[in-house]
Design a protein around this ligand. Structure first.
Ligand SMILES: C[S@@+](CC[C@H](N)C(=O)[O-])C[C@H]1O[C@@H](n2cnc3c(N)ncnc32)[C@H](O)[C@@H]1O
Length: 290
């Protein structure tokens, strides 16, 4: 398990959530952890509505949910009658996906346990009417990703990408720069879309509807993770002073990074809005399938 996967699995366990996206926080929804599930369902409903519009007129539309997390949206796609498959490299998350599919007696859904970019050529049959990336596009190398996408999409198929990207401010060194990992460079994404034979049908900026969720998680880090880490640190220094000091020195770079990212108030809503742009994008082919 790499550190990004560890982060996702811990987030799912600590927050006890079905979805691994930030949710949509419009003004009518008070910002509180107890509303996180509602915000996440609003985001999922927005995607489900969009998918329904994009696939209107296609009988038994076939969908691939890329990076399906715990399989919650996958299950909702199945319940709406789509033939939905998934690809997800995380063994830990896929355990939850299989439990969910098993509980719904779903034996038709194909779950490929691999990265999207590694989907075998034999499975790329231009068979999907829609390929969905819900906060998973950022994990996939873009060049390889577009090539695989072209092999999976039906001739009139579409891709829906809902994820955050790096803005031009990334790397300029302002306060909180690089505290949030993840996201492809947005300008580079636009360049690659055209170069890879796709065209943008829709491109909506969701940053301000998503970013309140960042403030919520920032508060949670402040109120829970910061004191818990301090308690653990005091206990270790008390019980094993020498070993703790040696270990902290050996891990000083990783600890400094962890401190900068999670314990120093850098994961704020303002920092997110400056360095990330959260987009809802629909792509179609500009070059016909071979
Ligand atoms: C932030 S979670 C989003 C999960 C889910 N789509 C949702 O919206 O709740 C990112 C997901 O992408 C998956 N992922 C990571 N690397 C991937 C890759 N190379 N190809 C496909 N999925 C990947 C993770 O395992 C995880 O399930």
């Amino acid at each position: 398990m790499n550190s990004r996967e560890l982060g996702l699995v811990l987030a799912q366990q600590l927050l006890d959530v079905d979805d691994l996206h930030y949710g949509l926080w419009d003004d009518d929804l008070p910002l509180s952890l107890s509303n996180l599930g509602i915000a996440q369902q609003r985001y999922s409903d927005m995607l489900l509505d969009l998918i329904s519009r994009q696939t209107a007129g296609i009988r038994d539309a076939r969908i691939l949910d890329v990076g399906c997390g715990t399989g919650h949206l996958l299950q909702q796609l199945r319940e709406r009658g789509y033939r939905a498959d998934a690809v997800n490299p995380s063994t830990a998350l896929n355990r939850l996906v299989r439990e969910r599919l098993g509980a719904h007696d779903d034996h038709d859904t194909l779950l490929l346990e691999t990265g999207f970019e590694s989907i075998p050529a034999a499975h790329r049959q231009n068979q999907y009417d829609l390929v969905l990336f819900s906060e998973s596009f950022q994990y996939i190398p873009m060049a390889a990703g577009f090539e695989v996408l072209a092999g999976l999409l039906a001739p009139a198929g579409q891709a829906v990408i809902c994820d955050f990207f790096k803005t031009a401010a990334h790397g300029q060194g302002g306060a909180g720069d690089r505290s949030f990992g993840g996201g492809h460079d947005l300008a580079e994404f636009y360049r690659r879309v055209g170069a890879s034979g796709f065209a943008i049908e829709l491109d909506e900026d969701l940053t301000r509807r998503v970013s309140p969720g960042i403030a919520l998680l920032d508060d949670w880090l402040d109120e829970r993770l910061v004191p818990a880490t301090a308690t653990l640190n005091r206990w270790l220094l008390d019980q094993h002073p020498l070993k703790t000091r040696v270990l902290k020195w050996l891990l000083r770079k990783q600890l400094a990074r962890f401190n900068y990212k999670y314990l120093s108030g850098n994961r704020s809503q303002a920092v997110f809005e400056r360095y990330k742009s959260y987009r809802l994008v629909v792509l179609s082919r500009s070059i016909p399938a071979e």
